[in-house]
Design a protein around this ligand. Structure first.
Ligand code: FUB
Ligand code: ZN
Length: 650
């Protein structure tokens, strides 16, 4: 028996139906170049990368010898197909779909045909020069792509029992194992972009074959022991241009500046960092290695304590899509890539496997409900790569340093890592609701659902009846079908002012242990619980080291961070002010943005009576202004629009 969580929440079912009905078919058309859309460049400077179409499926057909042509797109174009396949796996796990499964089988057959006889799998090198494989690891993304394939294969195997896809994955991993490792004659190195480590660990979990665990461990712990690896390879590399010079980036970009076990801050490319952390935490959970967990905790502390935006976004600069330094969190030039927020959700999930700390679930929730969801329009067909906390439409168009900050989600992106990443996360949301550890089931996310959770050698049936996030209570009914007692760890949300817990109609005092309250369910017992939250609208202030946010306030309610949009608040959002003591009113508006809670307040707007002069000696005047906030995730669904999260407070 395995754990099964069926999501019943209206909020989340809408997203999951969107994945099944819109995202998967739409992305399939994009990958086949039949969607009839225009693909946007991410920013100035990307002109050199061919990205007018996806060509991803065509690349496989060419590599498989089914058609003629050349490779097109980024070196990691294959990963778009793999992430799509992984999303399909979770979708059919939730609801079987013979037509979609037939399509997935076609893709699996195509991938198998594109695989080299020795297991190597990468259309870029198969088409452009197989003799150059593994020679430009800084930019080539070969192991990254294979890691994504292995993840998809494991997910699809687990969903449908498809042996073929798992065999292709094992063959692929065996090829990597034959080429990399500490032994003489093998390459002593790793990929410029972490991901293979996650894939190998998943392959180990499903097959139990220890060499996959060992290889993942090798890649993780070897990292940083070969500074200059990528530049050294690049100096003698004569193959096809892997990624326009990325391999010459500083070692920090690739987390290659010192051995991983010595790292204590998040440096370089944000997605790479969180994929590294996800794999490290999985390794620590799997091998119960306390030292590796210490490293994970250092990363966690640095990221969430000093380098994360209030929306759960990470990556402070477009340059290298990277972290910069502690407290450097600029609202209008940041990066906050959708994939990075998705990766934080992965990281948090693995941390929960190691230690039951609600802080991990809180960050997971913050990233999920804010930055990750904001990565997609409500129609499931438009996507942000970059998720700003402040946008001025004119500046985005005319200021070259803000060309990456968009006010409208494009239909697709030349570098399309984010849309299918979001699809696979939303389709697998059921994996994030609970964490099982020994005799305990942690309830991490309040998501209406019916679940059967394998725990302590038996089964716990657990139902969450709730319309959270739009309702402030959860009724939980749990039946322990095993012969031993089971603990349920109920997360006590920090965004609530008061949490009341009623067990079998009797109010209970909460006893908090690292953010959870534990309830024991005896063998054969059924318990009925009700958690009620007093959720108010909150004003949030940043640490004053975050210079951009000094004197500013961000509004939140429950797990949602809110923002002001031009469509509700007019232009020049920076002229708006929220007086310190005015009341903030919350209303649920069922007809707005598919149903959202909005917040209103009586604010102020500064304006000049003399619009002509740039500088003057009088303070601008203040007039009354009605302010209206919407949840951040729902912004940019009403046309081109300025937006702001942090408003000046007076
Ligand atoms: O390099 C592969 C993916 O493309 C990264 O994860 C994203 O940040 C984007 O650069
Ligand atoms: Zn991305």
């Amino acid at each position: 028996m395995t754990t099964r969580v069926e999501i019943t929440s209206t909020f989340w079912k809408r997203y999951r139906n969107l994945v099944r009905k819109e995202m998967i078919p739409y992305q399939w058309n994009v990958l086949n170049d039949t969607a009839g859309i225009t693909i946007e460049k991410e920013r100035l400077g990307d002109e050199g990368i061919p990205s007018d179409k996806s060509h991803a499926i065509e690349n496989f057909k060419i590599a498989a010898g089914r058609t003629k042509g050349s490779h097109y797109g980024w070196t990691f174009q294959d990963s778009d197909v793999y992430k799509w396949l992984e999303a399909v796996a979770y979708s059919v796990r939730e609801q079987r779909d013979p037509e979609l499964e037939a399509k997935a089988q076609e893709v699996i057959d195509l991938i198998a045909d594109a695989q080299e006889d020795d297991g190597y799998l990468d259309t870029f090198y198969s088409i452009l020069g197989i003799q150059y494989r593994y020679q430009s690891l800084g930019g080539s993304h070969e192991l990254y792509c294979m890691g994504h394939f292995i993840e998809a294969a494991v997910a699809y195997y687990e969903a449908c029992g498809n042996e073929k896809v798992l065999d292709v994955a094992k063959k692929c991993a065996d090829n990597i194992d034959a080429n990399f490792g500490p032994e003489e004659g093998k390459i002593h190195g790793y990929d410029g972009h972490e991901e293979i480590e996650i894939g190998l660990l998943r392959l180990y979990h499903v097959t139990g074959v220890t060499k996959y665990l060992q290889l993942a461990k090798y890649f993780l712990l070897e990292r940083g022991k070969h500074p200059n690896l990528f530049r050294k390879q690049a100096a003698v590399y004569e193959g096809p241009d892997a990624l326009g010079g990325i391999e010459k980036s500083p070692d920090t970009y690739f987390q290659n500046h010192k051995p991983v076990m010595e790292m204590d801050t998040a440096e370089g490319h944000a997605v790479r960092v969180v994929y590294l952390c996800t794999a490290l935490a999985d390794l620590a959970a799997t091998t119960k290695d306390a030292q590796i967990y210490e490293v994970c905790k250092r990363f966690w502390k640095n990221i969430t304590g000093k380098r994360m935006f209030i929306t759960g976004g990470i990556g402070s600069t477009v340059k290298g899509e990277s972290f910069t330094l502690d407290y450097d969190l600029p609202n209008d030039t940041m990066y906050c890539e959708t994939c990075a927020a998705v990766g934080m959700v992965f990281f948090a999930r693995q941390m929960l496997r190691i230690e039951p700390k609600a802080e991990y679930a809180e960050v997971m929730e913050r990233c999920l409900y804010n930055c990750a969801l904001a990565g997609m329009a409500l129609d499931g067909k438009h996507f942000f790569y970059v998720n700003p906390l402040e946008v001025n439409v004119k500046k985005s168009k005319l200021d070259p340093t803000k060309s990456h900050v968009k006010a409208v989600r494009p239909s697709w992106l030349g570098c399309a890592c984010c849309p299918p990443n979001l699809a696979r996360l939303l389709a697998s949301l059921d994996d994030y609701v609970y964490t099982v550890k020994e005799d305990t089931v942690l309830l991490n996310l309040f998501v209406g659902s019916d679940a059967e959770v394998e725990v302590n050698g038996g089964m716990l049936e657990i139902q969450q009846k709730t319309e959270f996030p739009w309702e402030d209570a959860v009724a939980i009914v749990a039946t322990n079908h095993s012969s031993k007692p089971v603990q349920i760890g109920l997360r006590i949300p920090r965004w609530a002012d008061d949490v009341r817990l009623v067990v079998h109609d009797r109010q209970q005092e909460l006893q908090e242990e690292a953010g959870y309250h534990y309830v024991t369910v005896a063998a054969g017992e059924t318990v009925a619980l009700r958690m009620e939250f007093a959720v108010s609208v909150r004003r949030n202030y940043a640490n004053p080291h975050v210079s951009e946010d000094v004197g500013r306030v961000a509004i939140s309610r429950g797990p949602f961070v809110y923002c002001l949009e031009g469509v509700d608040n007019g232009t020049d959002l920076n002229c708006l002010e929220l007086p310190e003591h005015v009341a903030l009113h919350y209303t649920f508006e069922k007809d707005l943005l598919q149903g959202v809670g909005t917040i209103t307040a009586e604010g102020k707007r500064v304006r000049s009576s003399d619009e002509e002069s740039l500088y003057r000696n009088q303070k601008p005047e203040e007039t009354a202004a009605s302010l209206r906030w919407v949840p951040y995730y729902a912004w940019a669904n009403r046309g081109e629009n300025d937006m702001m999260v942090w408003i000046r407070e007076k």
